[in-house]
Design a protein around this ligand. Structure first.
Ligand code: URA
Length: 375
């Protein structure tokens, strides 16, 4: 327990972020921070902050009390506080700073999570950038290597600088997405993270309640979804609809989305034939899915088919091995369950086999229903 308390105090010193608040008149600058400690550590950490930030006025608010520092005097109070609405110009500085120290060639996500546990992320301005930076890391490393090996480095460099400037603009637009699902949908409209945006009619965001307990993740929009801008409105959606009804899951309560937000297809005459998205497209799109998960905070994610499984669980996941088992969640991720994609049932030529597979699909969605009911 002593160790836990020491760790909590250490994390508070490392992960507390002050935001400047504007006050009438002149005088000392004033800052506010919000933090959620696990133990009653305010009195023990207060001297650290008072010493380090002695020349400004500040308040640290927490659910178990506050520390106030004004005109060089500090005092602690055990009255619980509510999270304030904090945002300031320094936030942009944090973002630039964090982006510049992030080395894409030295990613150790495990170490990162143990050093900066994900439970602290929501109060840290810079962590919003992590999903995006991880998603971009492979390309950035490739660009760095090419830059070193390329005899024509200056020209190459100039081209990459232009690309990076464009990417930063995209990142800024996408940051707006952090404010809620409607804003996420608007930001998604401008997504150019991969080639698919060039050919699809539009991006298709997820649909459903902002705080759905169950999130279903499909592969990508199909032909109908691409035209209507909504997920699962075509033939696969009809199968899903029927199965959900049979199992007793009200679709209105479910958040439906896809691993990839643009339709990938090849044209054959007038028809557009679905193509499975590849790994780079799934990775490029994963930041959107991560944001949806962060905003909806579902209790359970059901992945439909192999692409969704890859997007949620990572490259090595095999549907055959993971299917039909609930993987319990953690602080960092919701619980998940893998099953087939409903369009698989439409492709099975043997009606008997299709019936059997449909029964298994129903059984697996039933597991999701029962798991949710038990919680
Ligand atoms: N298939 C999917 O995976 N998603 C859709 O939205 C439609 C078909």
């Amino acid at each position: 327990m002593t160790q836990q308390i020491r760790r909590d105090a250490h994390k508070m010193k490392a992960f507390l972020r002050f935001r400047e608040t504007k006050r009438e008149g002149e005088g000392r600058r004033h800052f506010v921070a919000w933090f959620e400690p696990e133990h009653y550590i305010l009195e023990s950490v207060a001297p650290f902050f008072a010493e380090r930030f002695s020349d400004m006025d500040w308040m640290i608010l927490t659910p178990i009390g506050s520390i106030l520092h004004e005109d060089g005097k500090m005092r602690c109070d055990r009255t619980p506080c509510e999270a304030p609405d904090l945002k300031d110009d320094v936030e942009t500085l944090w973002h630039s700073y964090y982006q510049s120290i992030f080395n894409p060639a030295r990613i150790k996500t495990k170490a990162m999570r143990s050093e900066m546990p994900t439970k602290y992320w929501k109060n840290l301005p810079e962590t919003r950038l992590i999903p995006q930076m991880l998603a971009d890391a492979e390309n950035r490393v490739a660009a760095m290597v090419a830059l070193q090996n390329d005899g024509r480095a200056p020209a190459f460099h100039a081209r990459h600088q232009a690309e990076w400037r464009e990417r930063e603009a995209v990142t800024r637009r996408e940051e707006q997405a952090l404010e809620g699902l409607p804003a996420l949908g608007r930001a998604l409209e401008t997504c150019q993270r991969c080639e698919l945006c060039r050919y699809a009619t539009q991006s298709v965001p997820g649909a459903g309640p902002e705080r759905a307990r169950l999130m279903l993740v499909g592969e990508q929009p199909g032909d109908q979804e691409d035209l209507q801008g909504k997920p699962f409105v075509g033939p696969a959606g009809q199968v899903l609809d029927r199965v959900l009804k049979h199992v007793g899951i009200d679709q209105e309560t479910v958040y439906l989305t896809n691993a990839v937000k643009h339709f990938k297809f090849v044209s054959k005459g007038r028809r557009r034939i679905h193509q499975t998205p590849d790994r780079t497209e799934i990775v490029a799109c994963s930041a959107w899915l991560e944001q949806e998960i962060r905003l909806v905070q579902p209790d359970l994610i059901v992945t439909l088919g192999a692409s969704a499984l890859q997007a949620v669980e990572g490259r090595i996941s095999r549907l055959g091995e993971m299917r039909g088992r609930i993987r319990e969640g953690s602080m960092a991720r919701p619980a998940s369950l893998a099953t087939i994609h409903p369009s698989y049932l439409l492709r099975l030529p043997d009606p008997q086999r299709a019936r059997e597979e449909e029964a298994r699909f129903m059984h697996e969605l039933g597991l999701a229903r029962d798991w949710l009911a038990r919680r």
